[in-house]
Ligand binder design. Structure first.
Ligand SMILES: [Zn+2]
Length: 200
Protein backbone atom coordinates (compact mmCIF):
# COMPACT_ATOMS: atom_id res chain seq x y z
CA UNK A 1 0.00 0.00 0.00
CA UNK A 2 1.28 3.44 -0.91
CA UNK A 3 1.77 6.00 1.85
CA UNK A 4 1.85 9.76 2.28
CA UNK A 5 5.10 11.02 3.80
CA UNK A 6 5.88 14.42 5.26
CA UNK A 7 9.59 15.17 5.68
CA UNK A 8 9.71 18.40 7.64
CA UNK A 9 12.40 20.61 9.07
CA UNK A 10 13.61 24.14 9.63
CA UNK A 11 15.60 25.86 6.86
CA UNK A 12 18.77 24.37 5.38
CA UNK A 13 18.32 20.86 6.67
CA UNK A 14 18.99 19.33 3.26
CA UNK A 15 15.36 18.75 2.25
CA UNK A 16 16.02 19.22 -1.47
CA UNK A 17 19.05 16.93 -1.30
CA UNK A 18 16.94 14.24 0.37
CA UNK A 19 14.19 14.66 -2.25
CA UNK A 20 16.64 14.38 -5.15
CA UNK A 21 18.30 11.33 -3.60
CA UNK A 22 14.92 9.58 -3.25
CA UNK A 23 13.99 10.39 -6.82
CA UNK A 24 17.37 9.13 -8.01
CA UNK A 25 16.87 5.84 -6.16
CA UNK A 26 13.58 5.27 -8.01
CA UNK A 27 15.05 6.24 -11.38
CA UNK A 28 18.02 3.94 -10.85
CA UNK A 29 15.59 1.02 -10.63
CA UNK A 30 13.91 2.10 -13.85
CA UNK A 31 10.96 3.69 -12.07
CA UNK A 32 9.41 7.00 -13.03
CA UNK A 33 9.04 9.90 -10.61
CA UNK A 34 7.19 13.21 -10.86
CA UNK A 35 8.70 16.16 -9.01
CA UNK A 36 6.76 19.31 -8.11
CA UNK A 37 7.92 22.53 -6.56
CA UNK A 38 6.11 25.69 -5.50
CA UNK A 39 5.48 28.42 -8.07
CA UNK A 40 7.87 31.27 -7.41
CA UNK A 41 7.62 32.90 -10.79
CA UNK A 42 4.30 32.24 -12.53
CA UNK A 43 5.68 32.76 -16.04
CA UNK A 44 7.01 29.22 -16.07
CA UNK A 45 5.23 25.87 -15.97
CA UNK A 46 8.50 24.08 -15.34
CA UNK A 47 11.22 24.70 -12.86
CA UNK A 48 14.01 22.88 -11.09
CA UNK A 49 14.65 21.54 -7.65
CA UNK A 50 18.24 22.35 -6.74
CA UNK A 51 20.17 21.41 -3.66
CA UNK A 52 22.98 23.29 -2.01
CA UNK A 53 25.41 20.48 -2.76
CA UNK A 54 24.91 20.93 -6.50
CA UNK A 55 22.31 18.33 -7.48
CA UNK A 56 19.27 19.36 -9.50
CA UNK A 57 16.29 17.90 -11.36
CA UNK A 58 13.47 19.25 -13.51
CA UNK A 59 10.22 19.88 -11.70
CA UNK A 60 6.67 20.94 -12.47
CA UNK A 61 5.38 23.90 -10.54
CA UNK A 62 2.24 24.16 -8.46
CA UNK A 63 0.43 27.35 -7.53
CA UNK A 64 -2.65 27.80 -5.37
CA UNK A 65 -4.93 26.97 -8.31
CA UNK A 66 -3.09 23.88 -9.57
CA UNK A 67 -5.18 20.71 -9.54
CA UNK A 68 -2.21 18.62 -8.57
CA UNK A 69 -4.33 15.45 -8.38
CA UNK A 70 -5.44 15.79 -12.00
CA UNK A 71 -1.91 16.51 -13.23
CA UNK A 72 -0.61 13.36 -11.54
CA UNK A 73 -3.55 11.22 -12.72
CA UNK A 74 -3.09 12.45 -16.29
CA UNK A 75 0.66 11.73 -16.23
CA UNK A 76 0.03 8.30 -14.75
CA UNK A 77 -2.29 7.48 -17.66
CA UNK A 78 0.44 8.43 -20.18
CA UNK A 79 3.10 6.32 -18.43
CA UNK A 80 3.04 4.76 -14.97
CA UNK A 81 4.29 7.03 -12.19
CA UNK A 82 5.96 5.16 -9.33
CA UNK A 83 6.52 8.03 -6.92
CA UNK A 84 5.50 11.69 -6.56
CA UNK A 85 7.86 14.09 -4.78
CA UNK A 86 6.79 17.56 -3.65
CA UNK A 87 9.32 20.23 -2.72
CA UNK A 88 8.25 23.34 -0.74
CA UNK A 89 5.15 21.40 0.33
CA UNK A 90 4.42 23.97 3.05
CA UNK A 91 2.73 25.99 0.28
CA UNK A 92 0.14 23.30 -0.56
CA UNK A 93 -3.47 24.27 0.02
CA UNK A 94 -5.94 22.11 1.95
CA UNK A 95 -7.51 21.02 -1.37
CA UNK A 96 -4.14 19.97 -2.75
CA UNK A 97 -3.32 18.00 0.40
CA UNK A 98 -6.66 16.22 -0.08
CA UNK A 99 -5.75 15.50 -3.71
CA UNK A 100 -2.47 13.94 -2.58
CA UNK A 101 -4.36 11.70 -0.13
CA UNK A 102 -6.49 10.55 -3.08
CA UNK A 103 -3.36 9.81 -5.16
CA UNK A 104 -1.99 7.66 -2.33
CA UNK A 105 -5.22 5.87 -1.39
CA UNK A 106 -7.02 5.47 -4.70
CA UNK A 107 -4.24 5.49 -7.33
CA UNK A 108 -1.77 3.76 -4.99
CA UNK A 109 1.23 6.00 -5.74
CA UNK A 110 3.49 6.95 -2.82
CA UNK A 111 3.75 10.71 -2.27
CA UNK A 112 6.80 12.17 -0.54
CA UNK A 113 6.41 15.78 0.64
CA UNK A 114 9.34 17.93 1.78
CA UNK A 115 8.93 21.29 3.46
CA UNK A 116 9.06 23.60 6.42
CA UNK A 117 6.93 22.98 9.48
CA UNK A 118 6.60 26.59 10.68
CA UNK A 119 7.17 30.11 9.38
CA UNK A 120 9.37 32.81 10.97
CA UNK A 121 6.58 33.65 13.39
CA UNK A 122 6.46 30.07 14.63
CA UNK A 123 3.07 29.43 12.94
CA UNK A 124 2.25 26.40 10.81
CA UNK A 125 2.09 26.85 7.06
CA UNK A 126 -1.17 25.68 5.46
CA UNK A 127 0.43 22.70 3.71
CA UNK A 128 2.31 21.67 6.85
CA UNK A 129 -0.88 21.92 8.90
CA UNK A 130 -2.72 19.35 6.76
CA UNK A 131 0.29 17.11 6.17
CA UNK A 132 0.96 16.92 9.92
CA UNK A 133 -2.67 15.98 10.34
CA UNK A 134 -3.00 13.48 7.51
CA UNK A 135 0.38 11.99 6.53
CA UNK A 136 1.02 8.30 7.24
CA UNK A 137 4.64 8.95 8.09
CA UNK A 138 6.11 12.07 9.69
CA UNK A 139 9.88 12.29 9.40
CA UNK A 140 11.89 15.14 10.87
CA UNK A 141 15.03 16.13 8.96
CA UNK A 142 17.27 17.62 11.60
CA UNK A 143 19.55 20.60 11.46
CA UNK A 144 21.25 22.37 14.34
CA UNK A 145 21.30 25.81 15.89
CA UNK A 146 24.59 27.69 16.40
CA UNK A 147 24.49 26.41 20.00
CA UNK A 148 24.35 22.78 18.93
CA UNK A 149 20.72 22.12 19.90
CA UNK A 150 18.23 20.89 17.34
CA UNK A 151 16.93 23.81 15.25
CA UNK A 152 13.15 23.83 15.04
CA UNK A 153 12.49 27.52 14.33
CA UNK A 154 13.33 29.96 11.59
CA UNK A 155 14.36 33.57 12.15
CA UNK A 156 13.80 36.03 9.32
CA UNK A 157 16.29 38.87 9.00
CA UNK A 158 15.59 42.00 6.95
CA UNK A 159 18.04 43.55 4.47
CA UNK A 160 19.77 45.41 7.32
CA UNK A 161 20.34 42.26 9.37
CA UNK A 162 17.56 42.89 11.92
CA UNK A 163 15.35 40.07 13.14
CA UNK A 164 11.78 40.48 11.86
CA UNK A 165 8.87 39.67 14.14
CA UNK A 166 6.09 40.58 11.72
CA UNK A 167 5.25 40.63 8.00
CA UNK A 168 3.73 38.37 5.37
CA UNK A 169 4.27 34.62 5.72
CA UNK A 170 5.56 34.38 2.17
CA UNK A 171 7.85 37.05 0.82
CA UNK A 172 9.59 35.86 -2.29
CA UNK A 173 12.28 37.91 -3.93
CA UNK A 174 13.05 40.20 -0.97
CA UNK A 175 16.42 40.69 0.64
CA UNK A 176 15.43 38.67 3.69
CA UNK A 177 17.62 35.95 5.05
CA UNK A 178 16.48 32.96 7.06
CA UNK A 179 18.43 31.26 9.81
CA UNK A 180 17.47 28.06 11.63
CA UNK A 181 17.71 28.20 15.39
CA UNK A 182 16.55 26.23 18.44
CA UNK A 183 13.43 27.25 20.35
CA UNK A 184 15.46 28.91 23.12
CA UNK A 185 17.43 31.13 20.76
CA UNK A 186 14.29 31.91 18.75
CA UNK A 187 12.54 33.11 21.93
CA UNK A 188 15.58 35.14 22.98
CA UNK A 189 15.77 36.83 19.56
CA UNK A 190 12.04 37.63 19.68
CA UNK A 191 12.27 39.08 23.20
CA UNK A 192 15.12 41.30 22.05
CA UNK A 193 13.06 42.55 19.11
CA UNK A 194 10.09 43.30 21.37
CA UNK A 195 12.30 45.16 23.88
CA UNK A 196 13.82 47.26 21.09
CA UNK A 197 10.37 48.12 19.74
CA UNK A 198 9.14 49.18 23.21
CA UNK A 199 12.08 51.53 23.68
CA UNK A 200 11.95 53.17 20.28
ZN1 LIG B 1 20.29 27.57 20.09
Amino acid sequence: MAQLYFYYSAMNAGKSTALLQSSYNYNERGMRTLIFTAEIDNRYAHSKVTSRIGLSADARVFGEETDIGSVITHEHQQAPVHCVLIDECQFLTKAQAEQLCYIVDDIDIPVLCYGLRTDFKGELFSGSHYLLAWADKLVELKTICHCGRKASRVLRYDGQGHVMSDGAQIDIGGNEKYVSVCRKHYSEAMRTVMATQCHS
